[in-house]
Design a protein around this ligand. Structure first.
Ligand code: SER
Length: 316
């Protein structure tokens, strides 16, 4: 990774990954792009261009003009939004991906795009979900993710494009809110714990999902992209996770710091249905063995850091 293009750079992952890549590879060597602009570091601290990933010509032009050698393709709709607008999700998630892969093929770029625990479905083994297993998701997001994994593997085998990916769990961060995901409750709960001392969870009691703190997710992307290709048996995509919990466990952890915090439930049937179709906990052994994946944060130390950082951000 010497000259990197990031799509969806103002989204949940891009908002932080862009800064990390600029710190590691140099600000001028990371070209951030998004369909919109805003007043953030991503826009001001290095090259930034407006790019709709459906515009393949413009994407190609940016890559050529900047002599990009690595594409990090993040622009996509998350699971709950995709379920509300399935055709838009198909067009954007798959259309954007195939455009980015084509540019990578033509310009000989290394390529990363995230997959998700959403790539699994109700017939997948729910506990310690293996790296290689049944993938028959029942959501549009999941259909996009499995198709994306297959497409990225296809570009590797057919054209030799160096494609790599991670199946991310719910990502938790104090920087950019996720928006439109099923796992978003695990971010919202920290904001509302600090602002209102109470939270109403739209995900039901006893629903376990995998999660990861953003610093571990960013490090995992860099480690995978820097990994020796000779050691990679898998490519698209690796199971990665740092913790698995249900809402009550986060609430209990928050209560250690904010004793007055209370939580109740008002289950949203649409997002609950999605959550119920996903694994309880996935097995990251292949990622550990093939490129040394490890996570620094668990529920305990993530909660300490989240509350500390959010207190400063929200000024409470
Ligand atoms: N966090 C994502 C979502 O909930 C999972 O990939 O949609």
């Amino acid at each position: 990774m010497k000259k990197i293009l990031v799509t969806g750079a103002l989204g949940q992952i891009g908002s932080e990954l862009t800064g990390k890549l600029r710190a590691v590879y140099g600000a001028d060597n990371v070209i951030a792009t998004d369909i919109r602009s805003n007043e953030s570091d991503v826009v001001f601290d290095g090259p930034f261009e407006i790019l709709d990933v459906m515009d393949d010509k413009k994407m190609h032009d940016i890559v050529k003009r900047n002599k990009v050698d690595t594409i990090i393709h993040l622009a996509a709709l998350l699971s709950a939004t995709a379920e509300l607008k399935p055709l838009l999700a198909w067009n954007l998630n798959m259309g954007g991906l195939v455009n980015a892969l084509e540019v990578a093929r033509e310009e000989n770029c290394q390529f990363f795009t995230p997959s998700s625990i959403g790539a699994f479905g109700p017939t997948t083994p729910k506990d310690h979900t293996p790296q290689d297993t049944i993938q028959r998701p029942t959501t549009m997001y999941g259909v996009n993710k499995v198709s994306g994994e297959l497409l990225c593997d296809y570009y590797y085998h057919k054209f030799g494009v160096d494609t790599r990916g991670l199946r991310f769990p719910g990502l938790i961060s104090y920087v950019a809110p996720p928006g439109g995901g099923t796992t978003d409750y695990a971010v919202e709960i920290y904001y509302e714990a600090l602002q209102k001392q109470k939270y109403t969870s739209y995900i039901g009691e006893g629903t376990y999902m995998d999660m990861m703190y953003m610093p571990d997710a960013l490090q995992a992307i860099v480690s995978l992209m820097e990994a020796d290709p000779a050691k990679l048996i898998h490519r698209n995509s690796f199971n990665v996770t740092a913790m698995s919990f249900e809402p009550e466990q986060v609430a209990a952890e928050i209560r250690k710091h904010i004793p007055a915090f209370t939580m109740d439930y008002q289950v949203d049937p649409a997002r609950q249905k999605i959550a119920d179709s996903w694994p309880n906990s996935i097995d990251p052994t292949a990622a550990k063995e093939e490129w040394g994946f490890k996570a620094e944060y668990n529920l305990e130390n993530m909660t300490v850091d989240m509350l500390e950082k959010l207190k400063a951000k929200l000024n409470v």
